[in-house]
Design a protein around this ligand. Sequence first.
Ligand code: WQD
Length: 345
Amino acid sequence: MNKILVTGGCGYIGTHTMVDLIENGFDVISIDNFSRSNPKMLERVEKITGKQIKNYAIDLCNFDACRSVFLENTDIKGIIHFAAFKAVNESVENPLLYFQNNLFSLINLLKCVEEFATPYFVFSSSCTVYGSPDESPVSESSPIKPGESPYGITKQMGEEIVSEFSKANSTKCVSLRYFNPVGAHPSSLIGELPIGKPQNLFPAITQTAIGKISKLTVHGNDYDTRDGSCIRDYIHVCDIAHAHTLSINYLEAEKEKSNFSVFNLGTGVGVSVLEAIETFEKVNKVKLNYEIGPKRPGDIMAIYASNELAKSELGWSLKYSLADMVSSSWKWEQKLKEEFDSSIK
Ligand code: WQD
């Protein structure tokens, strides 16, 4: 009885987490309607793990479809809920799409968790819940500021919904606040697949280096930071993935004091945009074509995590360095180009 349901299982963090769960002895099923992911990624997870994975291509906003998965799998021990839209600027342009999709899907899922008494529930949250912090590192007890975007508000509301649900039910819940997930699995078989022009720094760097983007724009170098560019806590997606496996183990061990725990998933080290670029160039021995442009509206100057709680409570330790992040993301980008080039031959 160690079946874990991963929603959004074919997405960036979902695929890496399914690999980690399987490598740690869990059976895994997935729900993913491929609205923001690629079905090919499921085959890649199967190739890495050697295991067949059942995916239910249903929309979690359809309660009956969501419930049908539970009727077919009455032995689900835990759920890791990734499925949500996560593009900040899209959420600003289309707030109702984000509130409907991210919140209706969560509520439908929790209604099934309640009906089928699923023991454990892990919610995918984000450092975006902190808004623009007064200082860094931010800990789990740092103030939650007003949401900076509809996307961020859905994460804040999502955490509240899970917290209140856990008080009224026996299901034990964890919320994981990711800082900036980057990099790719060492096999280069799975990685980030941005839709359209990448908004995030790492895919923008690798697509510039590979020539898909002619020049990277650094959004501002006159912030009040050590080199003027924004500071973030970049963390390898495989370290993020393993924290999810450890969260299930943590809930199973019934170590938590309450039914709801929150953990930051960051390295605890702030890295600036210019430092990330410099590390990418040095490690990969490539020169990146970039220019300094205006600040990006909505960007916060600096945020990085205190990760002591995840380390002490989950027994989590970091395996990957910034060099691993920039080299694995570059290898992944090169693999994507190889496959694209061979597909058009
Ligand atoms: C990082 C830094 C940019 C692109 C977002 C979401 C957050 C989470 C992670 C989901 C910033 C700079 C970027 C570029 C640049 N997503 N940058 N040139 O904004 O910290 O977080 O993604 O959970 O919720 O808000 O990440 O990678 O977009 O930006 O200079 O072409 O890189 O200005 O300073 P961000 P990011």
